[in-house]
Design a protein around this ligand. Structure first.
Ligand SMILES: [Fe+2]
Ligand SMILES: [Fe+2]
Length: 215
């Protein structure tokens, strides 16, 4: 029978530092699934379209940086081992999204946001804090965040022209995965957040999207 490996606090700290580096350093996230963009044709985009799509993909990339940090923070403070495991598994899946978005940003001749370390730190803190309150709150936070991400993805899919099939394929697959993450968190016992909390979260998301679209 397989037994779960026990990590010391120092091991955990080193693992966290490793994940932070793999999230923040360029080209360091290794996806387990190939990007859905690979099988899509290149398209002719003018300069204005390219800049706009790169801005949107930069927002999505930072969203994935935040998701990674949030899950890591929550895994650190989760009380039940199965909740911790679920958080670590979800974080692995988000690495695919992170890598796909970064690849597409580079193809569009741009770069990820310079604000990513700041958002990583903030999201890690929020995740760890939610985990300290309770697993139910932590899982509820995941569900609310993933719903927020789905909303952004829908808005971006409306703005990305049909001819950019590469960006669209990435966002469409992410949309499916994020919806699944939200459902799993609620099924695992996540608390459904009330509207005022969700409103506060959407204001925070606005700050992130406005800033990372440009830098
Ligand atoms: Fe994601
Ligand atoms: Fe997700």
């Amino acid at each position: 029978m397989a037994t779960e490996r026990q990590y010391s606090p120092l091991d955990r700290l080193l693992l966290q530092a490793d994940t932070a580096m793999r999230t923040l350093l360029p080209f360091s996230g290794q996806p387990t699934r190939p990007s859905p963009a690979i099988v899509q044709p290149e398209s002719e985009l003018d300069e204005k379209q390219t800049r706009h799509i790169a801005g949107l993909m930069r927002i999505n990339h930072t969203g994935e940086v935040c998701a990674q940090a949030l899950y890591q923070g929550q895994a650190l403070t989760a009380k039940l081992p199965h909740v911790r495991k679920a958080m670590e598994q979800a974080a692995d899946e988000e690495i695919d999204h992170l890598a796909w978005c970064e690849q597409r940003i580079r193809q569009l001749g741009s770069h990820p946001s310079v604000l990513n370390p700041l958002f990583y730190g903030m999201s890690f803190g929020i995740g760890a804090f939610a985990g300290l309150i309770s697993d139910k709150v932590s899982l509820g936070f995941v569900a609310a965040t993933e719903h927020q991400v789905c909303k952004h993805l829908d808005e971006h899919l409306e703005q990305i022209p049909p001819e950019d099939e590469k960006s669209r394929a990435i966002l469409e697959q992410m949309r499916i995965d994020e919806e699944h993450h939200a459902e799993s968190a609620l099924n695992a016992g996540g608390f459904r957040f009330p509207a005022p909390v969700k409103f506060g979260m959407s204001l925070m998301a606005k700050v992130m999207t406005k800033s990372t679209y440009r830098i």
